[in-house]
Design a protein around this ligand. Structure first.
Ligand code: FEO
Length: 452
């Protein structure tokens, strides 16, 4: 299913010229998400869609800046800096990656993920701050000379330690998703109870090609050993940056955690970063964020994630990888009133997919809205609300309509299913098929969609 940005009333800032343009930008990105999975339209996305989005974003920034100037908005300079960052660094870096990779799927994913995350994050924070609905997230950035020193230092370290030639994608990185990642948070504290934190985000393929390459690890999966090496290299990385800033000398490492993407993203909602960069290294994306909560009067260590200690490192990292891997797995919702079938399907698919079960149409709708599964397997012959009625409901809901649905039928019901062909089921599976055949059909379908 294609990703979609859902517009909500609370995003409105109350200025028509700005709100309308935000909705338009959401719409353009949604069209690009939809076209990404449609071969016949992908060319439009690459040749026209990206330019169309960029032109609209530029026009919108100019209009919004004119509005901010007209009301003497106190946060104008900071807000313009965030716009400048996006128009002068983020968009050109993403476009360069697209061109250099001949519009690879990875580069398209980076473009859509970073732009959608940026637009959503920026609209709900910075833009709403214009009319006083929230407080700006970027008011506590380090002074420009320190920002620039840190940025250059990171680029130099990436070259020294990993032989990477990094390009800045963003100087105001707000946690936008750039692919499957590993997020490592280091907390440092001083005797006076002050603390600062650094979060390093590695795209998995970057870890595999750099550290995996150095260690001659051929696996295509991030392992406990690889994470352990990454932890120690990351600590040295931060130490080198720390030495460069004399004021941080008295700080010692107090805690380290591994975070899921959702946990990583929460940091940006909870605390304002003093420095936050996203880099394209050519082999994967790398994020480096610094948060000094004591500057904001907050000295408690908070946040979730897996705390890593010497005595539990092996088992905790193993658990982290398991959960992280599960969060990358495609989601399948199985809707069937028979407990036997639900259990059999879960046993069959639970190893490779994140499976959720529902025993009725009503509970399925609730789960669908919350989880947005990648595929629904729907019993055709359920009581009360049968599969056909369910599919009709799914197709009538804007944010569910694109989810592919396979009917599960108790017998060879080709004719029956043909009757509802206008509702566009993605296929149907006869329950009496051998489990391996059912699994193969689903694997083939998911593979085809992933390649689209
Ligand atoms: Fe609506 Fe600040 O961009």
């Amino acid at each position: 299913m294609a990703n979609q940005l859902i517009w909500q009333d609370r995003f409105n800032i109350g200025v028509d010229i700005i709100d309308n343009e935000h909705k338009k930008l959401f719409g353009i990105l949604n069209r690009m998400f939809a076209y990404k999975t449609d071969d016949s339209k992908k060319q439009w996305l690459c040749q026209e869609g990206i330019k169309y989005f960029k032109d609209h974003a530029m026009k919108h920034f100019t209009e919004e800046e004119q509005y901010m100037a007209s009301i003497d908005y106190a946060g104008f300079e900071t807000h313009r800096h965030v716009h400048d960052n996006f128009r002068r660094k983020t968009l050109p870096a993403l476009e360069a990656e697209l061109t250099q990779s001949s519009f690879s799927n990875d580069a398209i994913d980076h473009f859509l993920g970073v732009c959608a995350g940026w637009l959503l994050g920026h609209t709900v924070t910075e833009d709403r701050a214009i009319t006083g609905k929230v407080t700006s997230k970027w008011v506590d950035l380090l002074p420009e000379d320190q920002q620039s020193a840190m940025r250059n230092m990171i680029i130099q370290l990436l070259a020294d330690m990993f032989q990477l030639k990094a390009r800045v994608v963003s100087d105001c990185y707000g946690g936008e998703k750039f692919g499957n990642g590993v997020y490592y948070r280091l907390v440092y504290g001083s005797d006076k109870g002050e603390r600062w934190e650094t979060i390093l985000g590695f795209e998995e393929k970057l870890l595999l090609s750099t550290i995996g390459g150095m260690m001659n690890i051929e696996s295509e999966e991030v392992s406990v050993m690889l994470i352990n090496i990454a932890r120690y290299m990351a600590q040295q990385f931060v130490q080198r940056i720390k030495e460069w800033f004399p004021s941080s000398e008295s700080y010692e490492m107090k805690e380290e955690r591994l975070l899921s993407y959702e946990q990583f993203k929460k940091n940006f909602a909870r605390e304002r970063p003093q420095s936050s960069f996203l880099f394209d290294t050519g082999k994967g994306y790398f994020a480096y964020c610094v948060i000094a909560p004591h500057l904001l009067g907050n000295t408690q260590i908070v946040g979730d994630g897996t705390v890593i200690k010497a005595e539990n490192a092996m088992s905790e990292i193993k658990n982290y990888l398991k959960e992280n891997e599960a969060s990358h797995r495609k989601k399948i919702l199985i809707v069937d009133d028979s407990e036997v079938i639900r259990k059999a399907m879960k046993d069959l698919l639970g190893r490779d997919y994140a499976v959720t079960l529902a025993k009725s149409g009503i509970s399925a709708i609730r789960i669908m809205s919350a989880e947005k599964p990648d595929l629904i397997l729907l019993d055709y012959e359920m009581p009360i609300c049968n599969g056909c009625q369910m599919l009709e409901m799914i197709r009538s809901e804007d944010d569910l309509a694109d989810i592919p649905v396979f009917f599960l039928t108790g017998n060879v019901a080709r004719e029956t299913v043909q009757k509802v062909i206008s509702l566009k089921p993605a296929g149907y599976l006869v329950k009496s098929l051998k489990p391996a055949e059912i699994k193969k059909s689903i694997d083939d379908y998911m593979k085809k969609r992933a390649e689209a």
